[in-house]
Design a protein around this ligand. Structure first.
Ligand code: CMX
Length: 434
């Protein structure tokens, strides 16, 4: 049995007084000011959430529990013979802030194995859905259908002390995270591979088992590990993480919250951008008869998209102001494993032309590529060409961060979210127009 829950209990006990002190003694201290542009403009930049799981610096990019992506990849225990670390060890890091040792990782892997069996009714329900249901709809519905399994919901109904609320939440997190790769692989094989389901292998780690169930050979196991890790968390304000947190703030359990998180991720301005990138590139490939365009030719395609009032998927970001390190890590992987892949060449040409064009276009605050610009090409290379499925992979990864956050939300008793709305009249009065 893993020591994760005991370790978490000690961390939580040590952390609680910090939150209590901030609230009780410094509750009136100002954090910042809010402008009308922020109120109308999607609350951009308003400092109004707390998380210790990750922090996103606009210039440096993401740090998970204080570690940059290269540091995480270097420090976490690796699967023997693999380049990438155990997803299980990464989840341990997100939850506790500590780099686990080999034994601790093995124990979490064992625990996930014990929890990963998906109830049969989930598969039955998925099979009953319309054939053209988007995989994200299937994924979200599968998670929601398991709400009846929630240990938090059961204990809450029986009367749960708020200081203990994190314990069944943790159980739900472990139960659900363990099952997500199984559900995702099922959806893929059912929908795109004639229902030829591949059973999981209990001897494999989460990434290795996912590759096995997808039916894709090495090094796709490392692709899966890298992908889940990179997509896990991007602090709390992005749509998926924020949705998960918001829904959980009503004490809706992990299943309700995670299903909602998936729905937020399914928007084309957020996680769905990874399928949009591939769709956009495929459109160019069709027009170019699969020839890699010159930079001049590519510029024309980019301008055509912008002039028709559409965004260039995979570029820009609400917080980042430089190339996303998640893009760079995936690019390094491509350089090493698939340097001559034709779609990788497209992605490279795009990297060379899009930022200058977006600057000239004058709208986007950040002209640089984000995580989604580079992720689809790797999936495509290893045979996963059904790009409607890409955001499900993002969702399996994002669930790690959202689950860790919700456990800590309960542990620290974070409040029900309830920001205040104003009317346009009121804003006009504040602005001095009326
Ligand atoms: N192509 C064209 N125009 C873009 C653009 C892009 N890639 N990125 C931003 N813009 C435009 C916006 O549409 C907006 O236009 P208007 O002023 O006409 O409304 C303007 O530039 C200002 O936007 P911004 O402040 O720079 O960006 P936002 O914080 O509003 O939005 C994001 C961020 C990611 C939604 C936006 O950059 C975008 O639409 N990118 C393309 C889609 C994408 O790749 N999304 C994935 C992001 C990562 C993820 O969450 O997975």
């Amino acid at each position: 049995m893993s020591n994760l829950k005991e370790k978490l209990a000690a961390k939580i006990e040590a952390h609680r007084p910090r939150t209590v002190k901030l609230l009780k003694e410094y509750g009136d201290t100002k954090v910042g000011e809010v402008t009308i542009a922020q109120v109308i403009g999607g609350m951009r930049g308003i400092k109004s959430l707390t998380t210790d799981i990750s922090y996103l610096d606009p210039m440096e990019g993401i740090r998970f529990r204080g570690y940059t992506i290269p540091e995480v990849l270097e420090k976490l225990p690796k699967v023997p013979g693999a380049e990438m670390p155990y997803v299980e060890g990464f989840f341990y890091l997100l939850l506790t802030g500590d780099i686990p040792n080999d034994d601790e990782v093995a124990a979490v892997a064992e625990e996930f194995n014990a929890r990963k069996k998906v109830p049969q009714y989930v598969f039955k329900m998925l099979r009953a859905m319309p054939e053209d249901s988007h995989p994200m709809v299937m994924f979200s519905a599968a998670i929601l259908s398991m709400q009846r399994e929630s240990k938090f919901a059961k204990e809450y109904a029986e009367g749960l002390n708020k200081f203990d609320a994190w314990k069944p939440t943790y159980e739900d997190a472990m139960d659900l995270v363990a099952k997500l790769p199984e559900i995702a692989a099922f959806i893929y094989r059912y929908k795109y591979k004639d229902d030829a389901i591949i059973e999981g292998d209990p001897n494999l780690d989460m990434g290795g088992n996912f590759a096995h169930m997808m039916g894709i050979d090495k090094p796709y196991d490392d692709v899966a590990r890298m992908y889940f890790l990179l997509h896990s968390d991007h602090e709390s304000g992005n749509v998926s993480a924020h949705t998960g947190h918001l829904v959980a703030s009503a004490l809706s359990d992990m299943y309700y919250s995670m299903s909602a998180m998936v729905n937020g991720l399914a928007g084309p301005l957020h996680g769905l951008a990874n399928q949009e990138v591939l769709r956009w590139i495929q459109g160019v490939m069709d027009k170019m008869d699969n020839k890699v365009p010159t930079e001049e030719e590519m510029k024309k395609f980019v301008w055509d998209t912008l002039n028709s009032g559409q965004v260039i998927p995979g570029f820009g970001h609400a917080v980042l102001r430089k190339t996303d390190p998640r893009y760079s890590t995936q690019r390094d992987f491509c350089v090493k494993h698939l340097p001559n892949d034709p779609i990788f060449e497209y992605v490279n040409v795009l990297y060379n032309v899009v930022p200058d064009i977006l600057v000239e276009h004058g709208h986007a605050k950040n002209p640089w590529p984000n995580v989604d610009a580079q992720s689809g090409v790797i999936q495509w290379h290893y045979g996963l060409k059904e790009y409607d499925f890409y955001t499900v992979l993002f969702a399996v990864g994002r669930a790690l961060g959202v689950a860790a956050n919700i456990v800590w939300d309960r542990a620290l008793g974070y409040a029900l979210e309830r920001p205040k709305s104003l009317t346009t009249d009121m804003l006009e009065k504040i602005a001095g127009i009326k």
